[in-house]
Ligand binder design. Structure first.
Ligand SMILES: [Zn+2]
Length: 311
């Protein structure tokens, strides 16, 4: 099978600690996407639901694909659309799907998050954090411009022995230790490539090595890098989905009106970027982050078992 040169890295095994393969923009292509990413060395995908509307899709995807770890949660952007009995529904999903983790939940004061009542965001976030603690499951957390609030809330309701995954971590280097002491893991995505490399390096160097995870957040967070072979999912207005490799995202945008969406195989780009800033061999970072993800996702009831993963 033909592979892009960069993909000879299929010797490495990776765990996409946070993505959304159930997203309506790519759901129809998910089996193809999962196959391609698996061939490139991505052994597992933590697929995060975002609202009552997509939890059943995540559940179904996890039933169809042994490599998919399901996560159910109400994302802050969808807080205003929640039904009065969203919490009962969420609990029902966990009782029917004991292998699930919690996520994506969180706090957002960014450009879109600002339009959503922050008091309500906090209430919904806290209830789900409590649920994760009660069920002894790890929880995947989204935080945009609200790290002060996040730290306060985690301190009040923590520590979290089952672990908190701070998805697409872009908080300060200074906060890392307090967050790590509460049970946080730091999951790094393609968004990091948009930071100044000195800033990104500072953050990375503050993270304890046993708390580093890698993710794609696909179909979002397409890495911004020149001279690398990015995989994208192309979705055109006719609804036809496809999988394609090309030289860079900018030329794609220039030559087509199709939307370029991130592909979980791009976790190799995140690996390369993070390894270079940490001045660490890619294989070392791959092994380490994989081991960390196995540690976090091997809670009681999970599909992930540490014994089965050591080869
Ligand atoms: Zn996400």
């Amino acid at each position: 099978m033909a592979q892009a040169p960069g993909r000879a890295a299929s010797a490495v095994r990776l765990f996409d600690a946070h993505c959304h393969l159930q997203d309506p923009r790519i759901a129809a292509a998910a089996p193809t996407i999962i196959r391609a990413a698996t061939a490139s060395g991505v052994a597992r995908f933590a697929v995060n639901g975002t609202s009552e509307k997509d939890w059943h899709l995540v559940k179904q995807m996890a039933q169809e694909h042994p490599s998919v770890v399901p996560c159910f949660g109400l994302h802050p952007w969808w807080v205003p659309e929640r039904s009065p009995d969203w919490m009962d529904s969420l609990r029902r999903f966990f009782s029917e799907t004991p292998e699930a983790a919690v996520g994506e939940i969180g706090l957002d004061k960014g450009s879109h998050g600002k339009t959503i009542d922050f008091g309500e965001q906090v209430e919904v976030f806290q209830r789900q954090l409590e649920l994760a603690k009660e069920l002894e499951k790890p929880v995947s957390v989204h935080c945009v411009r609200a790290f002060g609030d996040l730290l306060e809330i985690l301190k009040q309701s923590g520590p979290f022995p089952a672990g908190v995954l701070l998805h697409s971590y872009m908080g300060s280097a200074e906060m890392v230790i307090s967050l790590a002491n509460l049970g946080c893991y730091f999951s790094l995505s393609g968004f990091l490539t948009g930071l100044k490399s000195t800033k990104a390096k500072q953050i990375l160097q503050a993270i304890p090595l046993d708390k580093i995870l890698l993710e794609t957040d696909a179909p979002d967070a397409l890495p911004k890098m020149d001279d690398v072979s990015l995989s994208t999912v192309l979705v055109d207005s006719s609804g036809a989905d496809g999988y394609k490799c090309h030289r860079d995202a900018n030329s794609q945008a220039a030559t087509s009106s199709n939307e370029s969406l991130n592909h979980p195989a791009n976790i190799h780009i995140v690996l390369k970027f993070v390894a270079s800033l940490l001045e660490m061999p890619e294989t070392t970072l791959a092994e380490m982050s994989y081991k960390n993800a196995i540690q976090l996702f091997s809670y009681p009831g999970s599909k992930v078992h540490p014994e089965a993963e050591t080869v």
